[in-house]
Design a protein around this ligand. Structure first.
Ligand code: 5GP
Ligand code: ZN
Length: 134
């Protein structure tokens, strides 16, 4: 498979490793949108968490938390935005799951999750809730 992040796992492409364990590799994003911008990837290729078993997701989450702790203790930012872009429509450019850890600093000019999209759609919150009852 021609996956750039699998190539990083296989050491065909170098990286600046921040944290590594048996299940995940966390490394500095090559085009950082903030100081210390890190991505955490599962060592096994998954496009999204939807393909993972519960145990694979648990192991991945434990690795993401450990990477978050490492970035936090090393750079001591004032906060973070943490998450992943899932599928092309949401901005996923690399089809190997990666959680972005984006450190935030006072006055850095960034926004919040709410700045990703402002389009609530045509249904009311109540109508959306009804969909979950089926
Ligand atoms: P996406 O847009 O898919 O959520 O994020 C992909 C991220 O991977 C981007 O932030 C991009 O800068 C980063 N990236 C792409 N190729 C490489 C690479 O070869 N090395 C590293 N360290 N980061 C990469
Ligand atoms: Zn991959």
């Amino acid at each position: 498979m021609d996956c750039i992040f699998c190539k990083i796992i296989n050491k065909e492409i170098p990286n600046y490793t921040v944290y590594e364990d048996e299940n995940v590799l966390a490394f500095l994003d090559i085009f950082p949108c903030a100081l210390g911008h890190t991505v955490v990837i599962p060592k096994k290729h998954f496009e999204t968490p939807l393909e993972m078993s519960v145990d694979e997701y648990k192991n991945y989450s434990v690795g993401v938390q450990a990477a978050l702790q490492k970035v936090n203790s090393t750079l001591k930012p004032a906060g973070f935005n943490v998450g992943w872009n899932q599928n092309k429509v949401a901005g996923q450019a690399v089809s190997h799951l990666h959680t972005h850890i984006i450190p935030r600093f006072e006055g850095d000019g960034g926004g919040s999750m709410h700045s990703i999209i402002k389009n609530q759609g045509e249904k009311t919150v109540q109508e959306v809730y009804e969909l979950f009852k089926n």
